[in-house]
Design a protein around this ligand. Structure first.
Ligand code: AGP
Length: 616
């Protein structure tokens, strides 16, 4: 995934582009660049490295011009380098393009353009688009871009600037990568997400699939470059203006050393916001944005969770909740695998697609696949106007606010809370024998923000433990029942933030092979808060202790048995078993965070990763 920004208006573009790119670095950070149009000249500066490296390259230059585009990259085609950085231009330097996504027909295009005499300088697919625009240019900037768009396939978002047309930008989008137009006073913006525009405007138009927008300082109009819109209803841009009520600084770091720590500590608010006005005092759940017909709920013969990474883990938590209460089989699938398995899916399937960004290509494609087979799709997502929120049949928005750190934290706990809300909502329309359990869940949800605050209050103890753990290169996480998905999530957090190798196992599975990897002193984090299978967990811990591994318990504050057995424990407040995933994961998020800090890792922008993977 990459970050795109564009400006056309009354002010100098460069400072606006750089501010936008700074907000977008979470989307990709291996190279960056800008192109600024001033009269009939265009100045392109780009380099490998982060936005800060680009700023250093620009330091001392005086680039003026009120039209420009910028890009921060997560490499797909071609290594991070100066020449592969965006913007890319045609040979004459008349057009510059920034691009997020992939042109799937780039190999054929490259050969065709070379045969037409184009000199291709980079390894990227993006550069080819600049050449296509130039080849199709006959005086109309818009017609040239539209012609070029008809010759590329794939999922992409792009913006083109031209020194032949100062005061104009052309933006286009197809499939997953998002593109948002910001509307100011005699100035227009375009960016990959809403939060990077908030410092300039709160009035936005979200481009839909197959749409191309022509931006000038006083106007934006949107046209289709595909015969039919892939999704969504066509409405004039003026009718589609959204006013975003997020505070302008919500995506700022607010004095925290890292976005990840800020977002870990925002979780009590994110949980309370996600519950607000939905969980009623009498235990009923009201999902105002929902129109899921009770007949669909009653007809459902299976629930299928789809997601990737952390979102997949939220689905695993959902499985433990949904199956007993709804009395239907519940399946949880990694979207990237599921979609290529020729799965048997039909109208009696209720699919819950979980995605923080709502732009993960694998999840979006899997959703399109199940919809083609007649399934009803509920999306649990954190981004208003995201692709997933627009293609799903029903949407349950988490209200975690923008999540900037690549490591998903507050979105995950909000997803788990949304799962609980969805379960309680569905249960209102299906016969079951679990009124008492659901009542307890409702009570527990109300106290969940407080429970997380109590974990956050233990951060110093977790930090001290993390600094010892950070010296190791292999860490194992084990758990059972609802602690097992959290073992997986804790392991993923540790890997992506501290680069420590880690594996997660169902505790009962360890003895079937992986126990062979444990030697004296190997760190094992044993998550043991599920009361129903606690004694089984104690036995598993004893199996590991017998191999002299270094076992640390993640245990409830009323646990005396394991606390007495283990030299080290991470203590969390006791909550209802069905809610334990939330305080437990917060402790493991802090553990991963402090391990990463102790190892000097780049916390918010871990190597090789991006916040949302909008390519397959
Ligand atoms: C989580 O910490 C990771 N950054 C990653 O696994 C992420 O959860 C996954 O890419 C799915 O993203 P989504 O929720 O935006 O679909």
């Amino acid at each position: 995934m990459c970050g795109i920004v564009g400006y056309v208006g009354k002010n100098d573009a460069l400072p606006i582009l750089m501010a936008g790119l700074t907000s977008l670095t979470y989307r990709g950070y291996d190279s960056a660049g800008v192109a600024v149009v001033n009269g009939t000249s265009m100045h392109v500066v780009k380099c490998a490295g982060k936005v800060g490296d680009l700023a250093a390259r620009l330091d001392g230059t005086t680039i003026t011009g009120t039209t420009g585009i910028g890009h921060t990259r997560w490499a797909t085609h071609g290594e991070p380098s100066d020449v592969n950085a965006h913007p890319h231009t045609d040979s004459a330097g008349d057009f510059a393009v920034v691009h997020n996504g992939i042109f799937e027909n780039s190999n054929e295009l490259r050969e065709r353009l070379r045969a037409q005499g184009c000199v291709i300088r980079s390894q990227t697919d993006t550069e080819l688009f600049a050449h296509l625009v130039a080849l199709n240019y006959d005086g109309s900037f818009e017609a040239a871009v539209k012609a070029a768009l008809s010759q590329v396939t794939g999922a992409f978002a792009l913006v083109v600037a031209s020194r032949l047309h100062p005061g104009m930008l052309i933006a286009a989008k197809l499939d997953t990568p998002p593109l948002v137009v910001g509307i100011g006073a005699d100035e227009l913006f375009v960016a990959s997400d809403i939060s990077s525009l908030l410092r300039f405007t709160k009035r936005v138009v979200i481009l839909e699939d197959g749409e191309m927008a022509v931006l000038t300082p006083k106007n934006v109009y949107v046209d289709l470059f595909r015969a039919e819109p892939v999704i969504g209803r066509r409405r004039p841009a003026s009718e589609r203006v959204l006013s975003v009520d997020w505070p302008a600084d919500i995506a700022e770091r607010g004095g925290y050393p890292h976005f990840m720590l800020k977002e870990i500590e925002e979780q009590p608010r994110a949980i309370r916001d996600t519950l607000r006005d939905r969980l009623l005092d009498d235990g009923r759940v009201l999902l105002e944005e929902f129109a899921l017909p009770p007949s669909v709920i009653r007809r459902a013969r299976r629930v299928l969770f789809l997601g990737c990474g952390t979102a997949f883990h939220a689905g695993l938590v959902g499985q433990y909740l949904f199956e007993p209460v709804l009395n239907v089989p519940v399946q949880v699938e990694v979207a990237s695998e599921f979609r290529y398995r020729q799965p048997v899916v039909g109208p009696d399937d209720l699919v819950v697609a979980i995605s923080q960004s709502g732009e993960t290509a694998d999840t979006v494609s899997a959703v399109r696949g199940v919809q083609e087979r007649g399934a009803t799709v509920v999306a649990i997502t954190n981004v208003v106007g995201s692709t997933l929120s627009r293609i799903a049949d029903h949407v349950l928005l988490t209200r975690a606010g923008p999540e900037i750190a690549v490591a998903s934290t507050k979105a995950f706990t909000a997803q788990v809370v949304a799962n609980h809300l969805l379960l309680m909502y569905l249960a209102q329309y299906r016969p079951h024998q679990h009124d008492k359990l659901l009542y307890q869940v409702g009570q527990g949800l109300r106290q969940l923000g407080d429970a997380v605050e109590r974990v956050l209050a233990r951060a110093d103890a977790i930090k001290a433990f993390a600094e010892r753990l950070a010296e190791h290169e292999d860490v194992y996480f084990i758990g059972r029942n609802l602690d097992e998905p959290i073992a997986r999530e804790g392991s993923l957090k540790l890997k992506e933030i501290s680069y420590i190798h880690s594996e997660a196992y169902a505790a009962g599975e360890l003895k079937h092979g992986t126990l062979a990897l444990l030697s004296p002193g190997t760190p094992v984090i044993a998550i043991a808060t599920q009361s129903e299978i606690y004694e089984k967990m104690v036995s598993n811990v004893q199996e590991v202790l017998a191999r002299k591994a270094w076992v640390t318990g993640l245990i409830a504050d009323d646990d005396t048995e394991l606390r007495g057995m283990l030299a080290d424990s991470l203590v969390v407040p006791r909550v209802n078993d069905l809610l334990a995933p939330v305080p437990n994961v917060v402790a493991l998020q802090l553990l991963a965070y402090h391990c990463g800090v102790a190892r000097g890792c780049d916390i918010d922008q871990p190597r090789n990763l991006a916040k949302s993977v909008t390519v397959e």
